[in-house]
Design a protein around this ligand. Structure first.
Ligand SMILES: Cc1cc2nc3c(=O)[nH]c(=O)nc-3n(C[C@H](O)[C@H](O)[C@H](O)COP(=O)(O)OP(=O)(O)OC[C@H]3O[C@@H](n4cnc5c(N)ncnc54)[C@H](O)[C@@H]3O)c2cc1C
Length: 339
């Protein structure tokens, strides 16, 4: 495992929280992933008197961040605190949240009246059967393989001007380019500091863009970056280039590859789409509907650019659609029993 692949698993060390038992029998909906998207979907379903279980492995994408920013009324709140409150609220309405990792999910034999069924299995061997599924497993951020970069992820190595931009304003910032997404990134970070250096790091930068950068005072360095350099106190101090020169920087902006966390969900056959910067996500339609009947998706797994608020909103919309679908199925079943 490389330094940066380790980043993707770093958050897995998050301390487990109190876990509910898995329900017996068939439940209305299982939500895979208990971040903002999954918990808001579960909240809507629990408040609709649906039996719902969230299964969550406890490694939300923003785990390294000290606080969530840009979220109305909750700006500055630690991500763990928002999720703790979210789990509490789901439970308050009778929903369940179980700590665990889903290792497979697949369609199962339909019920006697033809309604859909899915079988979901956890790493510890437990399993659960549900009528509908909401997939909200988020993404893994894959950083460029530069030694020393991953240890600063979410602190001095940042990806999102809206999440941590204000916090790094006026600092000497470097953009470590990963592809075309980094060009727009640079213009956004230029709004936050006048001291911005763009490290092309093997990516293309055409003359027109170089002229535009020059017009905004953005310095461009084409010599590849070989490592991140730390100060004595362990904070980020700069980057070393292939020619040995060290360029002092306090912050690095990186547009990572974002890969939907769906390895365990292949059995559902959900369509995957390629995104810019070699990223991958799940394809979805209105309110997270997918081509697979009975399966909805929400949050970063389907929309890598969604922040916490947008992810929560997507989960809520999917929850509403799942409740609607269940109401129709319940009515079909009632009619089936009468005739
Ligand atoms: C460093 C950093 C800082 C950020 N700061 C901000 C910010 O300040 N403001 C903001 O609005 N946004 C911020 N974001 C973006 C924010 O993290 C996402 O918008 C948000 O986490 C998306 O929510 P989600 O529910 O889709 O996914 P996640 O929050 O990633 O939650 C997915 C959940 O699914 C679980 N899971 C995955 N696979 C499985 C499985 N097989 N079985 C069971 N559970 C599984 C994971 O453990 C995780 O708990 C930041 C992102 C990063 C990387």
């Amino acid at each position: 495992m490389t330094d940066n692949e380790r980043q993707g698993t770093m958050a897995e060390t998050t301390r487990p929280y109190a876990s509910d038992e898995l329900a017996e029998g068939t439940i209305d909906a299982v939500v895979i992933g208990g971040g903002a998207a999954g918990l808001n979907g579960a909240l809507i379903l629990a408040r609709s008197r649906r039996s719902v279980v969230v299964i969550d492995s406890g490694s939300p994408r923003n785990a390294p961040a000290e606080a969530v920013h840009g979220l109305l009324a909750l700006d500055g709140t630690p991500p763990t605190e928002i999720l703790r409150r979210g789990r509490e609220q789901v439970r308050q309405y009778g929903g369940h949240v179980a700590f665990g990792e889903v290792v497979s999910a697949e369609p199962a034999a339909p019920s006697g009246d033809g309604d859909l069924r899915f079988a979901v299995t956890l790493a510890d061997g437990r399993s659960i059967t549900a009528r509908r599924i909401l997939v909200a497993t988020g993404v893994t951020d894959v950083l460029p393989d530069v030694p020393g970069l991953a240890e600063h992820w979410g602190h001095s190595v940042v990806h999102c001007p809206y999440c941590h931009g204000w916090e790094v304003r006026d600092e000497p910032i470097g953009i470590l380019a990963t592809g075309t997404a980094s060009i727009g990134h640079a213009l956004l970070f230029r709004q936050l500091t006048e001291d911005l250096t763009y490290f092309t790091h093997g990516t293309d930068l055409d003359d027109d863009t170089r002229a535009r950068f020059a017009a905004r005072g953005i310095r461009v360095i084409d010599t590849p970056v070989t490592e991140v350099v730390n100060a004595k106190d362990g904070t980020l101090a700069g980057v070393r280039l292939a020619d040995g020169q060290v360029v002092a920087r306090r912050v690095l902006g990186v547009a990572p590859r974002m890969l939907a966390r769906i390895q365990a969900l292949e059995g559902l056959g959900l369509p995957v789409q390629d995104l810019p910067n070699a990223s991958r996500g799940l394809a979805s339609g209105v309110a997270g509907a997918t081509d697979v009947p009975g399966v909805w998706v929400a949050g970063n797994v389907a929309d890598a650019a969604a922040q916490v608020g947008a992810s929560a909103a997507a989960g809520a919309l999917a929850g509403i659609e799942i409740n609607k679908a269940l109401a129709i199925a319940d009515t079909d079943a009632a009619l089936h029993r009468i005739v």
